[in-house]
Write a protein that binds this ligand. Structure first.
Ligand code: FE2
Ligand code: FE2
Length: 188
């Protein structure tokens, strides 16, 4: 099987109907592609991992990560993709640690894309194009804002990558900017 984007999207849609979950998959994909480009890796490969990481979330929220491995293995996706997908739930729904740089990036940016999306959507412009790191940091500090986003996981991810939180936020914004229209974050 070709590990290409089209097949990943098809598989994602087979298991998920929620528009917001798909939007999340696209946001993570965009950041993964951007990070791969920056770091000299294959953006197509990293992008597919981003697309597929929450494949099981809608149908099996209580078996998140475990079911994903099952589904992907059954569909003959490669073991490095499976390892990466499972490791994004390290300490949450799996005990598989992110090892590869790709896995560390996925782990670090997964929840952060949600905080950034929420930050953009309360801006008058509804645009990510001129979003500043400091605006995200302000929302980061407001514990009631996007309370579901676990800041400590993002911090742990940044540490794995030896990045300051600000640097990680900047990279994540830059990746999401590249897909702003698809993500509905290009402004009104
Ligand atoms: Fe997840
Ligand atoms: Fe996710």
């Amino acid at each position: 099987m070709d590990m290409n984007r089209e097949k990943a999207v098809e598989l994602f849609k087979e298991f998920n109907t929620s528009a917001s979950l798909y939007n999340h998959a696209l946001a993570v994909e965009a950041v993964m592609r951007h990070a791969a480009e920056e770091r000299g890796y294959d953006p197509d490969f990293w992008g597919v991992v981003g697309l597929l990481h929450d494949i099981d979330y809608e149908k099996y929220p209580d078996e998140h990560c475990l079911k994903a491995a099952e589904i992907l293995r059954e569909r003959k996706w490669s073991e490095d993709i499976i390892h990466a997908v499972v490791s994004h739930g390290w300490g949450i729904c799996s005990d598989v640690q992110p090892v590869h740089e790709m896995e560390k990036v996925l782990y670090a940016i997964d929840e952060l894309t949600g905080l950034i999306t929420a930050t953009v959507l309360v801006r008058p412009s509804k645009s990510i194009m001129d979003l500043k790191v400091k605006s995200v940091k302000k929302k980061w500090k407001d514990k009631r804002f996007s309370a579901g986003v676990d800041r400590s996981i993002i911090e742990k991810g940044a540490a794995l990558l030896h990045l300051e939180t600000g640097e990680l936020i900047a990279m994540t914004i830059a990746g999401m900017q590249k897909a702003a229209p698809e993500l509905g974050l290009a402004g009104e």
